[in-house]
Every structure is written in structure tokens, then in C-alpha cells.
Design a protein around this ligand. Structure first.
Ligand SMILES: [Zn+2]
Length: 234
């Protein structure tokens, strides 16, 4: 019933929710999502800047649903790959990018067979793209990309038609539009996480049955694609 509702609502809005191979909407059941940051990499930004922007991007998504969901920045790690077995949700820069070079970032989600998201990792492409903190036009604004990727962390898919949305699937150099959530993004996170009592009830039910960690499904999130800024003809 929950999955059907998610489908109907996502059709009515611009946003779309992630579904797994069974068509179930992916959603965290825990109310605090912990992560660690690996600030190393060939990006030229300070550790302080990276940490600050990651925290800012996470708060952007939790502020519309304050009592239902929290992110916890649990310090630094040397982990630098996407792997659920390490037990850590990691945000890291990848100097030797293994995906399509046009991609700015990839967020990986791990979920159980009942659609509960139980882990994520976020890789930022430090090989093919320059990063900045100030929206300058020859680089990609880190907060712009982080805000987009944190939407994927929460199980939100691309919003394919609303160009002002943080979850719009492409991003030109120097863009800062995605730093702040648009109405469509707020609708998405509210739809998934605004009902804290329901989330708690579901979480209690799941822990009562106990999920089998061997039944994990792996989901590769659709990444943010870099596009060239449209050349002005004026
Ligand atoms: Zn994306």
C-alpha cells in the first residue's frame, strides 16, 4: 500500500522516488543517518570547506522534516571506495574515476529486500572535474553537487522536468541553483519523511523481525551529469 501511494504521488509531482528491482520505494527507516568523510583527493579544497559544505547540504534536506530525520557527521575516515561491508557510510573524492568521465558524482544506496535503505556511499569525481566553493564559472560548485547527491541518499530520484529543482539531472559549470531546495524537492522529502510517528512504527516492526544481512540488494544511483554551459548567443 505504501509503495502504491508513493507511485501515485510521484506521478502527480515533478519529483520521483527511487524504487528497487521489485518496484518498492526506497526509504530509510532509521531517523539518524551517520556518515564519515574522506577529505583527501585531488580537488584543491580544504578539509574544513569540504566538511562544512557536506554538513550544509545534509541540513538542507533535513530542515523541512526536522523531527523525522537527522544526519550525523561522524568525523573523518581513510576509506575511499563504495562498499557496504565496511559498515561506514562514506563521502569521498575519487582521483581515479571508474565511471563515465562526464559524471560529477555517484551515490550508492544499499537496501534490504523490503525497500529499507540501510547504507550509502557517495563518490565525487576528482579526476575529470574541477571543484570550487564559490560558484565560479570554470569549476563545479561543490555544495551544488552535494545538495543534489544528498537527495539521492534519501531515496529521491531525478526530477526530470523541473529545471529549477535540486534533483534536476544535469548541472552546468558554475551552477549554484541546486544548493537550495526548490518546492519540488521539499515536496519529495516531505512525502518520504514528514511523518515521524509512522517512520518510528515501521522501524520498530522491522527490528522486531530482524532482517537478514545476506538478502541485501545493491542499487546504483543515477549520478549527476556535468553539461557544458549553454553558450549565449546574445
Ligand atoms: Zn543525480
Amino acid at each position: 500500500m505504501v509503495t502504491a501511494l508513493a507511485f501515485l504521488l510521484s506521478t502527480a509531482h515533478g519529483f520521483e522516488v527511487r524504487t528497487d528491482e521489485l518496484g518498492q520505494a526506497l526509504q530509510w527507516q532509521r531517523t539518524t543517518i551517520r556518515y564519515q568523510v574522506n577529505p583527501s583527493g585531488n580537488h584543491g579544497l580544504s578539509k574544513a570547506a569540504v566538511d562544512t559544505l557536506i554538513s550544509a547540504a545534509s541540513r538542507e534536506w533535513t530542515s523541512p522534516v526536522q523531527d523525522s530525520l537527522h544526519f550525523s557527521h561522524d568525523g573523518s575516515t581513510s576509506i575511499q571506495r563504495a562498499n557496504h561491508e565496511d559498515g561506514v557510510n562514506v563521502i569521498y573524492f575519487q582521483d581515479e574515476w571508474t565511471q563515465d568521465p562526464s559524471l560529477l558524482a555517484v551515490t550508492y544506496l544499499w537496501s534490504t529486500t523490503n525497500g529499507e535503505v540501510i547504507g550509502f556511499d557517495m563518490a565525487l569525481n576528482a579526476e575529470h572535474h574541477k571543484w570550487s566553493t564559490d560558484g565560479r564559472e570554470d569549476a563545479n560548485d561543490l555544495l551544488n553537487t552535494l545538495s543534489h547527491e544528498f537527495g539521492h541518499v534519501l531515496g529521491i530520484d531525478h526530477s526530470p522536468v523541473i529545471e529549477l529543482a535540486t534533483m534536476y539531472p544535469t548541472s552546468p559549470l558554475g551552477e549554484v541553483l541546486k544548493r537550495d531546495l526548490f518546492e519540488d524537492d521539499i515536496d519529495a522529502v516531505t512525502h518520504l519523511y514528514a511523518h515521524s510517528e509512522n517512520v518510528d512504527a515501521v522501524a520498530a516492526g522491522c527490528s522486531g523481525t530482524g532482517f537478514n544481512p545476506n538478502t541485501l540488494a545493491i542499487w546504483l544511483s543515477i549520478p549527476l551529469i556535468a553539461i557544458r554551459r549553454r553558450t549565449s548567443t546574445a
